[in-house]
Write a protein that binds this ligand. Structure first.
Ligand code: C2O
Ligand code: CU
Ligand code: CU
Length: 501
């Protein structure tokens, strides 16, 4: 009985979806004709006895996308890739095979593990047809949190993520043991967008779209278009969100509900913070609690329009306004405003049954403030027009050179970096650093309202963001870059070589 009822509910929501997609006038309208599927959790691979061991293959596979099939890039044939779950202190062994027709590799975004050897080493390359076993150990004091893995082969990163290659890497720990968190229903949401040709292949972006960062009109949660999820009235929902898109921003709002932020990129914050909306730039994660404290009904998780700057690219050349011109393919990936001019439903929440109201947690974790830095640096984020249509994206006026060491911090010291977005086009650039999480100290001189561990931070046009980084545990060479992955592939990346103390 219950499942029939649910289907009726979801049937309604599919109608609403179709109407909205039609009004958006994009080719995504082809998706809206069937009932919303239930949000699927996807495959999970857990560590056992201190070891997370698995085979992982990157390949091209036909997979369902909305109500069609698309030839996407997958890990183990799944979209997104399997969710990996481990605990602090665990060893991770990933026997990786590259079945793509181009080189690739793996990066463990947000994990505090060594960048050397066959660990979180993005300078490794796995050629087509070859294999490599990744192996590393999570420190015993590694924070619990929502991390992820994805390819990081310079020059192919945007393309490979746009094909779908991404998966969650969850570290279970203290936050998961809080009674209020434990009582909540947990749902993972990997947000990805796609652009698919009529033949079902991944569409190639035009050069203009690459400058802004490629976006696709098909927006998915765990590879599904507008899936439904249900909680009991009175229940508590723990949403663990990942922006795995190469360039699309998600400005999230849940109709009728506020979001209670409990964790950011690097894990728990001190106490929940109530938000009416949540902006997730590419690479960022957040965990929020939702209280089922409304009347039974349908509440859409919306992606609201967001303007990520780029006056020349987006507006000044007559291509702005969110690509609304867009029945045709090229306009479909001509972003200026992520999500176009209208709110776009990502998922639909319904109520199913009821329970005695579950409380929100009062306290979550500790985020100790960092001491004064021993070194301060300034990094300028910008871009420059090259000959013809070419464009370079830069840190301190330089494009990425794997051989050049840009920053040499000393282990066990704290540095403060001023990230200054001096982009003449005032484009947003989400800054990301590997291996060591950081805290945001201020934005344009204004102190951050709360402390949190981050590994990716949005630096908007004309903004200067100060971050404080403790270089801990590991020496070796790694990178920082813009997480609009087209910008990274076009040079917006620098190297860090952490020196022994
Ligand atoms: Cu999510 Cu260097 O990347
Ligand atoms: Cu990363
Ligand atoms: Cu950028």
């Amino acid at each position: 009985m219950r499942s029939i009822k649910r289907r009726e509910f979801l049937g309604l929501s599919a109608g609403a979806t179709a109407a909205i997609l039609l009004s958006q006038c994009s080719k995504a309208q082809t998706q809206g004709s069937t009932a919303s599927p239930t949000l699927l959790p996807g495959r999970v691979i857990n560590s056992q006895g201190g070891l997370l061991s698995l085979d992982l293959e990157a390949n091209v596979q036909p997979v369902p996308l909305g109500n069609r099939r698309a030839n996407l890039l997958t890990f183990n044939g799944q979209m997104p890739g399997p969710r990996l779950e481990a605990k602090p202190g665990d060893t991770v062994q990933i026997r990786f095979t590259n079945r793509l027709n181009q080189p690739t590799n793996l990066h463990y975004h947000g994990l505090h593990v060594t960048p050397q050897g066959n660990a979180d080493n993005i300078f490794l390359s796995v050629p087509p047809g070859e294999r490599l076993t990744y192996e590393f150990t999570l420190p015993a004091d590694h924070p619990a949190g929502t991390f992820w893995y994805h390819p990081h082969h310079h020059g192919h990163v945007a393309e490979q993520l746009f094909g779908g290659l991404a998966g969650l890497f969850i570290v279970r720990g203290e936050l998961d043991e809080l009674p209020e968190i434990k009582a909540a229903q947990e749902a993972f949401m990997v947000l990805q967008d796609f652009d698919i040709t009529r033949a079902g292949d991944i569409a190639a972006p035009n050069p203009m779209a690459m400058m802004m960062g490629r976006e696709g009109p098909i927006v998915t949660v765990n590879g599904q278009v507008n899936p439904g999820l249900a909680i009991p009235q009175g229940g508590l929902l723990r949403l663990r969100l990942l922006n795995a898109s190469p360039a699309r921003f998600y400005r999230l709002q849940l109709e009728g509900h506020t979001l209670h932020l409990v964790a950011t990129d690097g894990g728990a914050i001190a106490a929940p913070i109530e938000l009416s909306e949540l902006l997730l730039a590419p690479g960022e994660r957040a965990e929020v609690l939702v209280q089922g404290n409304r009347e039974p009904g349908q509440y859409r998780l919306l992606n609201l329009p967001y303007d990520r700057g780029g006056m020349m690219m987006g507006g000044g050349m007559g291509m702005g306004g969110g690509g609304m011109g867009g029945m045709n393919h090229s306009m479909g990936n001509m972003p200026h405003q992520s999500g176009g001019d209208t709110a776009q439903p990502l998922a639909t929440l319904t109520y199913d049954g009821s329970v005695a109201a579950l409380p929100l947690p009062q306290q979550l974790g500790r985020v100790d403030p960092l001491p004064e830095p021993t070194v301060t640096r300034r990094l300028e984020l910008s871009m420059a027009m090259g000959p013809g249509m070419s464009m370079a994206f830069l840190f301190n006026g330089k494009t990425f050179d794997e051989q050049r060491i840009d920053i040499t911090p000393t282990l066990n010291t704290i540095e403060e970096w001023e990230l200054a977005n001096v982009d003449p086009d005032r484009m947003d650039h989400p800054f990301h650093l590997h291996v060591n999480p950081f805290q945001v100290i201020s934005r344009n001189g204004q102190p951050e309202p709360y402390q949190a561990w981050k590994d990716t931070v949005l630096v908007k046009g004309n903004e200067a963001v100060r971050i404080r980084i403790p270089f801990r545990t590991f020496t070796g060479k790694t990178v920082y870059h813009c997480h609009i992955l087209d910008h990274e592939d076009l040079g917006m990346m620098g190297t860090v070589d952490i020196q022994p103390a």
